[in-house]
Design a protein around this ligand. Structure first.
Ligand code: MTE
Length: 322
């Protein structure tokens, strides 16, 4: 299932000089390649008329002035973060997401919080923005495909929202759902996946202070390609857990089945913790390509957040719970 050759993962030095590279090999040649490593080959996805990517102006530094993460690695540029995306509801081509998602309407927007909670409710994005104070968090994002970025998110702890909903004691997991609207998200017409995009966390993972609901980055509101108006960010897990454009959050008793688990259960598990010792069946996870760098770097256990999250998995065999 989902047959992709390792040669189809973007080579490490490509994105740095993307535009030069594109000119060099020609768009037609690139178009012949199957896309993302976790994508099905040649997924037929209806796309709206061509539009231009990267409408927002790049800025030089993060809003708080943070130019690095806590390990001293530089934040990626606004242009990189907003023009190299995975968002299969639009396309599997990372460099076309921005253009195709450009006019995606993110207002009005509501999020339904329910399931096993004492305070269910439907909140507008305006309610959410006025209720939860936002802060900047500079996090590494490590995609399961083997690339990574450092992103200055703007958001609030998921725990704050869950505390307001007041989970019942039978609630064991949190299930998240992306908008289902194929007219606005044409990728949802693809029969490769069971839409809508669904993700989940164990409740203690969701309550961990690192788990963030992001509504912005670089001090600006999120653009559609990054999951506007709100998305999850769980930095110790592979990027696919960080579900975008959320409309529904349910507290549930059973472990949710994510879109990726349903698509390829032997490749994508529920936990998806970044782990250089547990290999993807089709490629190694030992190293990664930081967007903007030429040399591959070592992948860090839990993406470098072990001090904060390793205890969540005490006694678990992480090779079995991948
Ligand atoms: N959420 C939805 N709804 N649809 C997606 O296709 N892709 C995931 C994740 N969230 C995805 C999603 C993957 S594979 C990654 S790596 C990150 O979003 C990428 O986030 P970014 O484009 O903001 O860097």
């Amino acid at each position: 299932m989902i047959p992709i050759k390792s040669s189809e993962i973007t080579p490490e030095n490509v994105y740095l000089n993307r535009r030069t590279f594109m000119k060099g090999v020609g768009l037609a040649a690139l178009g012949g390649l199957a896309v993302a490593a976790c994508a099905p080959a040649a997924t037929p996805i209806a796309e709206p008329a061509a539009s231009t990517a990267g409408t927002a102006a790049p800025v030089a530094t993060a809003s708080t002035g943070a130019t690095t993460d806590e390990l001293g690695d530089p934040v990626n540029s606004y242009e990189q973060i907003t023009n190299y995306n995975n968002f299969y509801e639009f396309t599997t081509d990372k460099e076309k997401v921005a253009g195709l998602a450009k006019d995606f309407p993110t207002r009005p927007w509501t999020v339904e919080v329910g399931g096993l909670v004492n305070n269910p409710g439907t909140f507008s994005i305006e309610d959410i923005l006025s209720t939860f104070e936002r802060e900047e968090r500079v996090y590494r994002l490590r995609c399961v495909e083997g690339w990574s970025m450092v992103i200055p998110w703007l958001g609030f702890q998921l725990s704050k929202l869950l505390e307001k909903a007041d989970p019942q004691s039978s609630a064991k997991y949190v299930r998240f759902e992306t908008l289902m609207d194929p007219d606005k998200m044409p990728g949802e017409r693809s029969s490769w996946f069971e839409w809508p995009y669904v993700e989940g966390l164990r409740i203690d993972e969701a309550m961990n202070p690192l788990a963030l609901i992001a509504t912005g980055l670089y001090g600006k509101e999120l653009l559609p390609q990054n999951g506007a108006p709100l998305r999850l960010v769980v930095p110790w897990k592979y990027g696919f857990k960080s579900i975008k454009s959320i409309v529904k959050i349910d507290l549930v008793e059973e472990q949710p089945t994510s879109l990726w688990m349903a698509a390829a259960p032997n490749e994508y598990g529920f936990y998806a913790n970044v782990n250089p010792e547990v290999q993807h069946p089709r490629w190694s996870q030992r190293t990664e390509r930081r967007i903007g760098e030429t040399k591959r770097r070592e992948t860090l256990m839990f993406n470098g957040y072990g001090d904060e999250v390793a205890h969540l998995y005490d006694g678990m065999n992480l090779a079995a719970y991948y």
